[in-house]
Design a protein around this ligand. Structure first.
Ligand code: 0A1
Ligand code: ZN
Length: 876
């Protein structure tokens, strides 16, 4: 148990760094047992009164330290870093330190570490302090010169940021490269890679004619899985020029893929380092979803070159300045590359599933938090996903032209600077002339606003009056919140499905600006009682309180699901409708209403039309999953939800088996390995049909899935069939699991899927299987992907088993966190995510979850990472 409380950092304590760091010259001497880092850092004074200088440095062995060439005698060192007295006066001074680090022993994967045979770095947020002594904060921007030396045989590839200036051979089989990055950068963007890697190469010519060399470095043997990432990179570079006018600024852009990585990828200047899971993609080993993710993460990291690197954050409280903006940019990129409606559906589903619970839970925090214990815990859904929604709303409010003027101004005014979220908003205010002060509450108030709507039609006056009210729930440390500026996109449909024009220009979607607690909007010349399509395209990250919508009845949702011209809202209406039915089944023991069979049948008819949008229809015929259903329940009982969902699927299946079979058959002979939008959409539809078709787990279902597995010509189909087979109890299904393992044992990313499929299966014995898999020779707590594939898959994707009433699931997670606490505290803290929401579950589960959290707080040497999440989760 911790006896001390780790220190909290507050936004209000921000003070500029009193010195400028004009340049750093780094030398890395990489050897098997240790790496010696020599840093020559040039400082100049900004604050004439500063009497001390502090440099971060953690877990470093200090070999020597010299100031202006003289050994430094007087300095103090503690576990956070060193403090010394700088020379008086304005003269530049130079500090030279020599430190020793041990990358092979670094299991935290922060700073310099080894992934397999490759040395690589991860410095965001505070990893550079594990490499050398330096002011490790984003507002200190420095020009980096880096020399890397290592054994040529072990590490033929030596990379760092910027341009390669020279290289050469040395005695004893050693060699070196020297790098210069002309753009001053914070140290969190520093990167180094040394290892035995192979690469693919391509080029991109920017709009002003600069030819950029593009390289993707991977483990030898993986080069055949890089083409998609390379194409994605070129598309991103072009898109950023076309849509934001932003061009790449160096002659070289490198991506390196490593197997051990805490997150998805990292935007280090010109040397992006990626988790292999987000680079490698081949139809034989990656699903369509993997392909999409690779494309969007490659884009995300590339877009950071401007939103994050050229213009960076003043402090870590401003993290969403770069992350929210960059997520919004990558979402829009993906929408442009594929289908905007489907992209929006997937983004909103993700937001609701992961960010909404965070915003309603014990760790709710604003998009710009004002305190933290461990910054790594604040790479959250709120910073990233809600942050992106905030940018989207801004664009909706000021309009796309002003938004583009605003980003132009932001990137030119703040180029080379470390700035704040306010600076960004001020640019938007300046170009649009709009007062955004109320809008800024989105940055400071946590919690998902709830919006209730009431509509009244006046048949005599031919007016429709819509009243909107907002309520922002209390969150830890925040009560009595002010009304926010919420853009609500609205359309009105007549009974034939035609839209009413809503303004002079006859636009059929109108943005309502909800700014008060309650506000009324009147629409004239509405000839018939309209059906309102509210929050089109999910124009704001809010919860529409549907149960209070006396203007909308379940039949209206069914109507909108067929007729709303807004694709997103068509999908939304279907989901709302099905969630409503599931609620009635759970609370009232209701039967499935006739209207539901009819509406679902109509959807299936749509899906059967050859020209239909398959990707959209796959999402529309999908019955909300257990987690999704749970999100809207007062009290979550996963087992009961599972049962109701099962009944609904079986009911719909019995009524429409022929149609579902026809949908399945229609796409069952598609191109094996094409990843065109058409093929991807068709596969999504086919596999959704397979899922529904085999829901009753009959003998014929097993045969169908075995057939599907056998005939699969790509990983998407193979894994879809395997997921179903894993649920069935027969020995022959287990043979398939074994066959899968043997076939892919040399592909770690596919073996991750093998672990995840088993951990996610809703079977009675899954907890026992997870325990067995923990002991599997291929399992390792040191590899974050593997940890996620077993424990996160179990705890996050398998609500029925994880929340089994005997508490086994919570015990498994608690034991994993205890073990990981010292190996990799960042990953340990993240694994706690599903326990944070304990207050949402049935009383028996609440008690067990809370007790698991309390036991975690008793772990010896508890890391600040885990302490912060566990202690805040149980706080009253
Ligand atoms: N900036 C990266 C995400 C990232 C953050 C922290 C990391 O290690 C602790 C690694 C990556 C991004 O947004 O892509
Ligand atoms: Zn990012």
């Amino acid at each position: 148990m911790r006896t001390d409380t780790p220190k909290t950092v507050y936004l209000q304590d921000y003070k500029p760094y009193p010195f400028k760091v004009t340049a750093i010259d780094l030398n890395f001497d990489i050897r098997d047992e240790q790496t010696t880092v020599t840093a020559i850092t040039k400082f100049s004074r900004k604050d004439p009164k500063a009497s001390q200088i502090f440099l971060n440095g953690e877990d470093l062995e200090l070999v020597s330290i010299a100031l202006n060439g003289e050994p430094l005698e007087k300095f103090t060192q503690d576990e956070r870093g060193i403090t010394f007295k700088p020379p008086a006066g304005d003269e530049e001074f130079t500090l030279e330190t020599v430190t020793v680090i041990k990358p092979a022993e670094n299991t935290r994967l922060e700073g310099l570490y080894r992934s397999g045979d490759t040395y690589c770095t991860q410095c965001e947020a505070e990893g550079f302090r594990r490499i050398t002594f330096f002011p490790d904060r984003p507002d200190v921007l420095t020009v980096f010169d880096v020399r890397v030396e290592a054994d040529e045989k072990d590490c033929p590839v030596l990379l760092s940021n910027g341009n390669k200036i020279s290289d050469g051979k040395l005695e004893g089989g050693r060699h070196f490269t020297v790098w210069h990055d002309p753009f001053p950068k914070p140290c969190y963007l520093f990167a180094l890679v040394a290892g035995k890697l192979t690469h693919i190469h391509d080029t991109f010519t920017t709009k002003s004619g600069r030819k950029v060399d593009l390289y993707i470095y991977v483990r030898p043997g993986d080069e055949g899985q890089c083409a998609h990432a390379m194409e994605s990179l070129k598309k991103s570079m072009k898109w950023d020029e076309d849509v934001y006018g932003l061009e790449y600024d160096l002659d070289l852009f490198n991506i390196v893929a490593v197997s051990d990585f805490n997150m998805g990828a990292m935007e280090n200047k010109s040397l992006n380092i990626f988790n292999t899971a987000l680079v490698l993609a081949h139809p034989d080993t990656a699903t369509d979803l993997d392909f999409m993710r690779v494309e969007s993460v490659v884009a995300h990291e590339y877009f950071h070159n401007w939103s994050g690197n050229r213009v960076t954050c003043r402090d870590w409280f401003q993290l969403s300045l770069k992350e929210g903006l960059t997520v919004f940019r990558d979402q829009e990129f993906s929408a442009d590359m594929h289908s905007p409606d489907v992209q929006r559906i997937d983004d909103v589903t993700h937001l609701r599933r992961f960010q909404f619970p965070e915003d309603a839970g014990p760790l709710a925090h604003p998009v710009r938090p004002d305190n933290y214990i461990e910054i790594n815990n604040f790479y959250t859904m709120t910073i990233y996903e809600k942050g992106a929604e905030v940018i989207r709303m801004l664009r909706t409010i000021i309009g796309p032209e002003n938004y583009r003027k605003g980003t132009d101004l932001y990137f030119s005014r703040f180029d080379g600077q470390a700035v704040t979220c306010d600076d960004f908003i001020n640019c938007m205010e300046e170009v649009s002339g709009q007062d955004l002060s109320q809008f800024q509450l989105w940055y400071s108030q946590a919690g998902t606003p709830e919006v209730t709507t009431t509509g009244k039609y006046d048949g005599l006056e031919k007016t429709f009056t819509l009243t909107l009210s907002q309520n922002i729930p209390d969150t830890p440390g925040q009560t009595d919140k002010k009304p926010m500026h919420i853009p609500v996109a609205l359309g009105l449909l007549d009974p034939s499905g035609q839209e009413f024009p809503l303004d002079e220009e006859r636009n059929t979607t109108k943005i309502l600006h909800l700014r008060e607690k309650t506000q009324t909007f009147v629409f004239e010349k509405i000839q018939y009682p309209p059906i309102a399509s509210i929050l089109r395209g999910f124009s704001a990250p809010v919860i529409l309180k549907d149960d209070l919508r006396d203007d909308l009845k379940p039949e209206d949702h069914a109507f909108l699901m067929r007729h709303d011209p807004n694709g997103f809202n068509r999908w939304q209406a279907g989901q709302t409708y099905m969630l409503h039915i599931l609620d009635e089944m759970l609370d009232q023991g209701e039967e499935i209403p006739e209207e539901c069979f009819r509406a679902y049948g109509a959807l299936l008819d749509d899906a059967l039309r050859p020209e239909s949008d398959k990707a959209l229809l796959a999402r529309m015929i999908h019955i909300p999953d257990v987690i999704h259903i749970g999100l809207q329940r007062e009290e979550i009982d996963p087992a009961a939800i599972y049962q109701a969902r099962d009944d609904l699927i079986n009911g719909l299946l019995s009524a429409h088996k022929d149609k579902i079979l026809a949908i399945y058959g229609m796409h069952n002979d598609d191109d094996g390995d094409s990843v065109t939008a058409q093929a991807v959409g068709a596969r999504a539809l086919k596999n959704t049909a397979l899922h529904i078709l085999t829901n009753k787990c009959m003998k014929e279902d097993v045969d169908l899935c075995r057939e599907a597995y056998k005939n699969a010509r790509n990983m998407t189909d193979r894994i879809a069939a395997l997921q179903r087979l894993t649920l069935f109890r027969t020995g022959s299904c287990m043979d398939v699991l074994r066959e899968f393992y043997e076939r892919y044992r040399d592909y770690p990313l596919v073996i991750d899927k093998w672990f995840a499929v088993q951990a996610s299966a809703a079977r009675e014995d899954t907890a026992a299987i997870v325990r067995q898999l923990r002991e599997h020779p291929d399992f390792s707590l040191k590899n974050p992907n593997r940890v996620r594939s077993l424990f996160a898959a179990f705890a996050m994707n398998n609500p029925v088993c994880f929340h089994a009433p005997d508490g086994q699931g919570y015990e498994i997670l608690r034991d994993a966190v205890a073990e990981l606490n010292t190996i990799n505290p960042q990953i340990a803290a993240r694994l706690l995510t599903p326990l944070k929401e304990w207050r949402r579950y049935t009383p028996d589960r609440q008690a067990l979850m809370k007790s698991a959290l309390k036991k975690i707080l008793e772990i010896e040497n508890l890391s600040p990472d885990v302490y912060e999440i566990a202690s805040k989760s149980v706080a009253d």
